[in-house]
Structure formats: structure tokens, C-alpha cells
Design a protein around this ligand. Structure first.
Ligand code: GAL
Length: 381
């Protein structure tokens, strides 16, 4: 095992209950279905005896993976398969490290892999290796190439549309549509989701607003986004920039500091978008620094991934329940059975109805000393 293996555990019960909708996801009929057959010779495990699941997540920069994806997955798997064993690794954005981690898990005899790829193209090697050993792969959040067996994510094209629509609405409210230019700061070029976010956003922006400058940001790096924004400010002039499309919250923080360093006060900040509903993103929204974020409900995503892993390892049919099972074409044109969840746009108005009511953050967590005086906290506390 590599040093980043933080978890290697066997569930012994006593875990919190998973929602009823999930319990229905894996049917108890035991009949081999198409997905079971596709899963190859590993699809003969039972939840009674348990089996070994490997969870590989891509990075530590975005808070979601350690704070939500990992614990929610652990909880869901423990509920669906109390005798299953889970190995966990986070690649901290390092492609080679992820390959090493996956290899170590395969050597260790995992029966199914759940893979949040650092680089989906590079992940094809891991997927092929797993498949050649009869180990099925669930592509988690990002569609790894090489022929994943199942895939769970959000409608990533829609994420970009939601971000762009919100930004256009903000420009309209400010009366700045047609008055200046926007800057687009997209996500990592090795993350296929980033390409979807970008394409979705362009569909909404093109022809509606002038894009002064546009960047792709390796590794989703907030520091890189900060430098890119500084560059945009220098070449366009800070007063010309009426809005910034930032593909996620981490980069929004770098972008907002660049605007601040250029002397823009909170009241004069142009609307900036985001994604991931990070705590700091939500706090910037209530303090008026960031306009919106995109909330992706990670609990159902992780629960579905666990149900998919169980389905592939046992050959039991995956019942989508309230979700829609659809085919997504991967880079090789192969249809991957998938569930794509709906992203939600979050501005100050619906923080309470989304991240707070879903139990992601409490009012106390959001309204720390620095934010007590905001209208949101004044009303909520
Ligand atoms: C994407 C993922 C987002 C976020 C992003 C990095 O692939 O869908 O939720 O993690 O990477 O911020």
C-alpha cells in the first residue's frame, strides 16, 4: 500500500442508515442481468460474504472529496454491504500516483474499483488493466476512458449552462450586458467535466456577451486562476470587466483576490460564478464577493456509486429507482450505463433551501465571526 492509503477497513455494522431510496437501488433478486454479465468473472460475489472495493479519488484541493465524497461513499457501502472491505486512496492531483494506487489495489485483490480519475485519458491504462483482471470499474464523477462499466456524475453540460445563465442574469440586473467584457476561467484541461462545463457555458454566452479573455486552468489551481485574472486585468483594464465566469469556487477565490489587489472594493466587484458549494464559496456569496455557486448533491452521487459497485460485483441488477439510467458514450464511442444528477444554482436567496436544508453546512458553520454581520446571518441567527 502507498502512503496515501488512508483507509483500509472492514465494515462491522453500526453505520448510519442510508436513505430508503438507495436501499432500493440494488435489488435482492440475485438474478444475473446484463450489467452482471458485462462485469465479467468477478460478478459472483455476495453481499452476505462481502468483497473488496477500491475507491480512488483525484485531489485534495477541492474540499468535496475528503469532506463529502469519501465519507458518504464509506457510509453507503457499509450500509449496502456490511461485510465488504474498503481500500481508499486520494491521488492529490498526481496522475502517476493514481496509477500506482490503482495498481496496488489490484495487486491487493480488489473486486471492484470506483475511480474518480485525475486525468481521464491517462486513466484508460488503469481501466484496461482492471478489466483484463476481470475487475469492473465504476467511473466516479469524471468519465475515465478505456471502457468503464458504469458511470455516475452530474449533467456536466448543464453545470456550465447553469453557471452562464446565472452570470447573464447578474449582468442584466447590473445593467452591464453589452457594456463591457467578461473573462472566462475554465477548469483543468485533463478533466473531461471541465470541457463539458466550458461547452455548456459557451452555448449560453456566445452571441450574448463579449468574452474579453478565456483561459483553461491546469489542475483547477486557484493560484493559476489568480495569475490569469491578473493578466486579464492588465490587458483589458479592470473597469472593462463586467463579470467573471469561474468554473469552480477554488478558482473564484484566486480571481476575487486578483480583483481586490487591483483596488476593486466589495461593492464594486463584478459578479463571479463558481461550483462545488464549498463553505468558503457560500461565505463569499453571503458577504457579496461571489455571485453564485453550483451545488451538486454529493450524498446521492456517492450512494449511487456504492450501489453500482455492489451491482457489478454481485451481478445483481441495478435498479435506478427515482433516478434515470441512461447511456453515456465514452471517448471510444462505447455506451456506458450511467446516472447523471441535476446540478442546482445557488445564490444568496436559496442557500437555506439547498446546502443548509440538505445538512451539508449548518448556519453556525456558515455564520462564523467574520460573517455574523451579513444580512444572511442576521436573518438566520
Ligand atoms: C470536477 C468535479 C467538480 C470539482 C472539480 C474541481 O471534475 O466535477 O465537482 O471537483 O472537478 O473543482
Amino acid at each position: 500500500m502507498t502512503r496515501r492509503f488512508a483507509t483500509h477497513q472492514k465494515f462491522t455494522g453500526g453505520l448510519a442508515a442510508v436513505t430508503a431510496s438507495l436501499a432500493l437501488l440494488v435489488s435482492g433478486c440475485g438474478a444475473l442481468t446484463t450489467s452482471g454479465e458485462e462485469a465479467g468473472d468477478q460478478a459472483d460475489h455476495t453481499v452476505e460474504e462481502g468483497f473488496h472495493v477500491g475507491l480512488l479519488l483525484p485531489e485534495l484541493q477541492t474540499a468535496r472529496y475528503e469532506a463529502f465524497d469519501r465519507p458518504f461513499f464509506e457510509e453507503a457501502l457499509g450500509e449496502l454491504c456490511p461485510n465488504c472491505e474498503l481500500s481508499y486512496a486520494n491521488a492529490d492531483q498526481d496522475v502517476d500516483e493514481q496509477q500506482t494506487q490503482a495498481q496496488a489495489m489490484l495487486t491487493d485483490g480488489v473486486d471492484v474499483l470506483v475511480l474518480g480519475a485525475v486525468d481521464s485519458q491517462a486513466a484508460a491504462g488503469t481501466v484496461n488493466e482492471a478489466r483484463s483482471q476481470g475487475v469492473p470499474v465504476v467511473a466516479y464523477d469524471r468519465l475515465a476512458e478505456g471502457g468503464a462499466d458504469m458511470y455516475v456524475s452530474f449533467d456536466n453540460h448543464r453545470v456550465g449552462q447553469v453557471q452562464a445563465q446565472a452570470l447573464l442574469e447578474a449582468l442584466e440586473q447590473d445593467g452591464t450586458t453589452g457594456e463591457g467584457q467578461i473573462v472566462m476561467i475554465n477548469g483543468s484541461p485533463t478533466d473531461p467535466n471541465a470541457a463539458d462545463f466550458k461547452a455548456g457555458a459557451h452555448e449560453i454566452f456566445d452571441g450574448q456577451v463579449e468574452i474579453g479573455q478565456e483561459f483553461d486552468t491546469p489542475d483547477w489551481s486557484p493560484d493559476e486562476a489568480n495569475s490569469q485574472m491578473e493578466g486579464a486585468i492588465t490587458s483589458l483594464g479592470v473597469d472593462e470587466i463586467v463579470g467573471v465566469y469561474s468554473a469552480n469556487d477554488g478558482m473564484a477565490s484566486g480571481i476575487i483576490s486578483a480583483l481586490r489587489s487591483a483596488g476593486v472594493s466589495t461593492d464594486d466587484l463584478p459578479p463571479v460564478t463558481g461550483q462545488d458549494a464549498e463553505l468558503h464559496g457560500i461565505q463569499r456569496i453571503i458577504s457579496g464577493e461571489q455571485y453564485m455557486t453550483v451545488y451538486k448533491a454529493i450524498r446521492p452521487e456517492a450512494e449511487i456509486a456504492a450501489a453500482m459497485a455492489v451491482s457489478l460485483a454481485t451481478g445483481e441488477e441495478l435498479e435506478a429507482g427515482e433516478y434515470t439510467l441512461t447511456d453515456v458514450e465514452d471517448a471510444n464511442g462505447e455506451a456506458v450505463p450511467s446516472i447523471l444528477l441535476e446540478p442546482i444554482s445557488v445564490t444568496e436567496e436559496n442557500i437555506g433551501d439547498t446546502v443548509v436544508s440538505d445538512g451539508i453546512y449548518s448556519i453556525e458553520e456558515i455564520c462564523t465571526a467574520d460573517y455574523e454581520d451579513t444580512d444572511f446571518c442576521q436573518e438566520a441567527l
